[in-house]
Design a protein around this ligand. Structure first.
Ligand code: FAD
Length: 417
């Protein structure tokens, strides 16, 4: 029988970050993870491998499209080398977590955790019984497979297999126009596949069979579902809600006060950094009795080209809530840096409170807009006004100047338009 201050179930970006923070706070921490590699969906089969492919294929695509000031002939895609790069990046990241666990004295149990009671957890494969003062559930999510989709892992696949097709499919159908489907569709399109994205499932479904006959591969990416299979939640007196999520209060506590839950397995956007911030908030609440997480300051990014990103309220939400707001917008085409890069497509929009000028949301589409919106997230986090952001000096020439000008447009008026 092992005893811990904190037992974390699942070592994704929620669980592993929580474990490290708890160790930093002086807790004796154990982690149960069923996979051999640490890092969860994000590091193994999500954010990291998909970005390794998106970054590299973006460059290949640029060359295919034609570089300014250069003529390139005889471009050949070396898919095995591309996939090997992706696997190496994944390995470096997952091994990095192993190193951090050792450095922070975190004990690792490999196997599937199942609650025996509110306090006791069994590791199925090893028979180890673990006990802890606090338990954190961070078991994440799994691809949602609709009943009609006959996923065979070869021709009809989920995002996991679509990260490693052994050859570029001639024709790829992506079912689902969400972030994951778009990003992976873009990867294979850049490599030469003819990609069709099917959205509005209810309307498209009746024709589905016919369409599938026409494709080499079909990626089913209609969303993800919280993952609690085999966890024995009932033995801990916890019941998932109607969407399979573990209900938690504002401190991420389940109905059992010493059991917390975070990340994809609870409400809110399924994002790695949201899971990590919740992990930190949960363990700080355990250790200190207080913690705060500003959900409005959590950005989300779609890493297509151009990128799409947003943080805070959307205009639709402000309208629906009757919050008075003003809008400042600035196009990439008016930015010197964007012109120099040949990236004039897109814009950034700042939404500020009509009376107080406080920034309520920032949204954009354009090259590297995700990186630019880090500053917008910080502005929202610090409750800045459009005037604050508009007056803050920005280096020139730079893409973040587009954000500054959009803030100026919301506050008073932009300079360069
Ligand atoms: P997970 O990362 O799912 O980790 C849960 C862990 O718990 C897993 O390792 C699992 O093996 C383990 N586990 C489950 N049950 C048990 C059990 N009973 N016992 C022991 N271990 C268990 N998010 C972003 O923010 N940015 C991106 O760019 C991005 N890209 C993505 C691309 C793809 C293709 C996919 C699929 C997802 C992407 N996401 C992205 C989403 C992101 O991966 C998730 O939001 C994030 O991983 C959630 O973290 P988590 O810790 O809650 O769960």
């Amino acid at each position: 029988m092992y005893s811990y201050d904190l037992l974390v179930i699942g070592a994704g970006p929620g669980g592993y970050v929580a474990a490290i923070r708890a160790a930093q706070l002086g807790m004796k921490v154990g982690v149960v993870e069923k996979e051999k590699a640490l890092g969860g969906t994000c590091l193994r089969v999500g954010c990291i491998p998909s970005k390794a492919l998106l970054e590299t294929t973006e460059r290949i695509y640029e060359v295919k499209k034609g570089l300014i000031g250069a003529r390139v002939q005889g471009l050949e895609v070396d898919l095995p080398a591309l996939l090997a790069h992706k696997d190496k990046v994944v390995q470096a990241n997952t091994q990095g977590i192993e190193f951090l666990f050792k450095k922070n004295g975190i004990a690792r149990h490999q196997g599937t955790a199942r609650f025996l009671s509110e306090r006791k957890v069994l590791v199925e494969e090893t028979g180890e019984e673990l006990e802890a003062r606090f338990i954190l559930i961070a078991t994440g999510s799994a691809p949602l497979i609709p009943p009609w989709a006959e996923v065979d892992g070869e021709r009809v696949v989920t995002s996991t297999e679509a990260l490693s097709f052994p050859e570029v499919p001639g024709r790829l159908i992506v079912v689902g126009g969400g972030v994951i489907g778009l990003e992976l569709g873009v990867v294979w399109h850049r490599l030469g596949a003819e990609v069709t994205i099917l959205e509005y499932l209810d309307r498209i479904l009746p024709t589905m069979d016919g369409e599938v006959l026409e494709a080499d591969r079909v990626l089913v990416a209609v969303g993800r579902r919280p993952y609690t299979e085999g966890l024995g939640l009932e033995n801990a007196g916890i019941a998932p809600d109607e969407r399979g999520r573990i209900p938690v209060d504002e401190h991420l506590r389940t109905r059992v006060p010493h059991i917390y839950a975070i990340g994809d397995v609870v409400r809110g956007p399924m994002l790695a950094h949201k899971a990590s911030e919740e992990g930190i908030a949960a363990v700080e609440h355990m250790a200190k009795g207080f913690a705060h997480l500003d959900y409005q300051a959590i950005p989300s990014v779609v890493y297509t080209h151009p990128e799409v990103a947003g943080v805070g309220h959307t205009e639709e939400e402000l309208k629906a809530q009757g919050i008075p707001y003003k809008v400042g917008k600035f196009p990439y085409s008016a930015s010197g840096r964007a012109r120099a890069m040949g990236e004039t497509e897109g814009f950034i929009k700042v939404l500020a409170h009509a009376k107080t000028d406080r920034i309520l949301g920032v949204h954009g589409i354009g090259a590297r807009v995700g990186d630019i919106l880090t500053e917008a997230a910080l502005a929202i986090f610090f409750k800045a006004s459009a005037e604050d952001l508009g007056r803050a000096p920005h280096h020139h020439p730079s893409l973040p100047e587009i954000l500054k000008e959009a803030a100026l447009a919301a506050w008073d008026r932009p300079i360069h338009l």
